[in-house]
Design a binder for this molecule. Structure first.
Ligand SMILES: Nc1ncnc2c1ncn2[C@@H]1O[C@H](COP(=O)(O)OP(=O)(O)OP(=O)(O)O)[C@@H](O)[C@H]1O
Ligand SMILES: [Mg+2]
Length: 265
């Protein structure tokens, strides 16, 4: 077993609205190992986004501990959290969150700007990343000139261009049709596994969650079960679920390029 990269201990998040208290997280404990693709699955309102935001240091917990790469997130102030996120974390959002006036390559290069990487190297890395997600021909397209699946692949390229240790994804395929969903999911799984990154993905869909090496089931802010199946359950069980996403193509788009090439500059 690889070393734990994320440890969550006795985590609570209580929201107060007037007289009402909502226990969005009600005592959560788990560990995620380095290199693992972990899916957190539960129905709407079960606490998934709350949990993800807390692990990413976007929101403080009410109580409990979150230890990421050996550091206590819950003890950091906002300035330290900004640095923590820049150094360790990439995000993929449901709504892509691309800048509409920037081209694909400019969107992907953006996180590198915040890291102070020189322009020439930013562009080189962004170009490699876009090729990796199969968008070699769309470098100069703006988001409005691309399909939902293509925009999400730009979102993935942008999250991964800084080579983050951990990738957080909140319903990353929520706006995509079923074929594109499978392509995007396979692509994330492939890149993350090949680069030895750790990915935590939130979804309400049990089938999509079954792609994870580890699946954490959450209900009403509590973990109700954890399944482990390295490589993803769908690799063994499922053609079982073949009827679920009829005609889903599993091909990974993109040219073959060396994943590690873009790590040095
Ligand atoms: N900022 C907030 N203020 C008050 N209550 C909140 C806040 N954010 C979330 N909640 C409540 O906490 C609970 C968990 O919300 P959360 O967004 O984590 O659910 P979720 O599992 O991500 O749901 P969905 O699948 O719909 O995105 C819900 O009952 C929600 O209403
Ligand atoms: Mg949510």
């Amino acid at each position: 077993m690889e070393r734990p990269v994320i440890q969550v201990k006795n985590l609570y998040k209580i929201y107060r609205i007037g007289e009402n208290k909502v226990k969005a997280l009600n005592g959560v404990d788990f560990t995620i190992s380095k290199g693992e693709f972990c899916c957190i699955v539960g129905t709407s309102g079960s606490g998934k986004s709350t949990l993800l935001n807390m692990m990413a240091g976007l929101e403080p917990p009410s109580r409990g501990e979150i230890i990421i790469a050996g550091e206590h997130i819950e003890k950091k102030n906002e300035a330290k959290l900004v640095v923590f996120r820049q150094e360790h974390v990439g995000f993929i959002f449901q709504s892509y969150n691309l800048m509409p006036n920037l081209t694909a390559i400019e969107n992907v290069a953006l996180p590198l700007t915040f890291q102070g990487v020189p322009k020439e190297i930013r562009e080189k890395k962004a170009r490699r990343m876009l090729k990796l997600v199969g968008l070699g021909k769309f470098m100069n397209h703006r988001p409005g000139q691309m399909s939902g699946g293509q925009q999400q692949r730009v979102g993935i390229a942008r999250a991964l261009v800084v080579d983050p240790e951990i990738v957080f994804a909140d319903e990353p395929t929520g706006n995509l049709d079923s074929n594109t969903t499978l392509e995007v999911l396979r692509l994330m799984q492939k890149i993350v596994h090949e680069k030895g990154q750790t990915m935590v993905m939130v979804t309400h869909d049990n089938y999509l969650a079954s792609f994870g090496d580890k699946v954490i089931h959450i209900r009403d802010g509590k973990i109700i079960g954890i399944d482990e199946h390295p490589g993803g359950a769908q690799n063994n069980e499922v053609e079982a679920d073949a009827g679920y996403y009829p005609g889903g193509t599993l091909a990974v788009p993109g040219e073959e390029i060396n994943l590690y090439e873009n790590q040095q500059y």
